[in-house]
Design a protein around this ligand. Structure first.
Ligand SMILES: N=c1c2ncn([C@@H]3O[C@H](COP(=O)(O)OP(=O)(O)OP(=O)(O)O)[C@@H](O)[C@H]3O)c2ncn1[C@@H]1O[C@H](COP(=O)(O)O)[C@@H](O)[C@H]1O
Length: 116
């Protein structure tokens, strides 16, 4: 196994569970809209601002990947994933639909399938 594959394998069930919990938190914020929450402030600004933020974070991730160390790319990728999840929550598109789409594409491909 290459070093890279060993690193990939360190994504744990705990990490994946955290993504589920974060998605739940984004929906809680949407219904409760507590003061002082960044998420609340973004919901108040609306879909245009949220989408713009996803675009900005995507560009910042690209720039970081070209010019700086991994740490900065990791920071920007975290911002990007967070804001993408926020955009999906704003549109009430559950994350599992996106994952299912990825799985469907994988199942359709002529490549070797995961687990084979
Ligand atoms: N993961 C994040 C997260 N990542 C990034 N951010 C915010 O995203 C913003 C990133 O924007 P920038 O770095 O561009 O800075 P900015 O100056 O605020 O940007 P502008 O909107 O002014 O353009 C920062 O304000 C960060 O605080 C996040 N805010 C919240 N979360 C998660 O969401 C949860 C709920 O947060 P609240 O809703 O604030 O309680 C938290 O517990 C975290 O788990």
């Amino acid at each position: 196994m290459s070093l890279e594959m060993a690193d990939i394998k360190t994504l744990t069930k705990k990490d994946l569970k955290f993504l589920i919990e974060l998605e739940e938190l984004l929906y809680d914020r949407k219904s409760e809209m507590p003061d002082g929450s960044y998420t609340t402030s973004m919901y108040k600004k609306g879909i245009d601002k949220i989408a713009q933020k996803v675009g900005e974070e995507a560009v910042e991730t690209v720039i970081a990947s070209k010019n700086t160390k991994d740490k900065e790319t990791i920071n920007e990728a975290a911002d990007l994933i967070f804001h993408l999840m926020l955009l999906l929550a704003e549109k009430e598109i559950p994350l599992h639909k996106v994952i299912k789409k990825l799985r469907k594409r994988h199942d359709k491909g002529s490549h070797k399938h995961i687990g084979e």
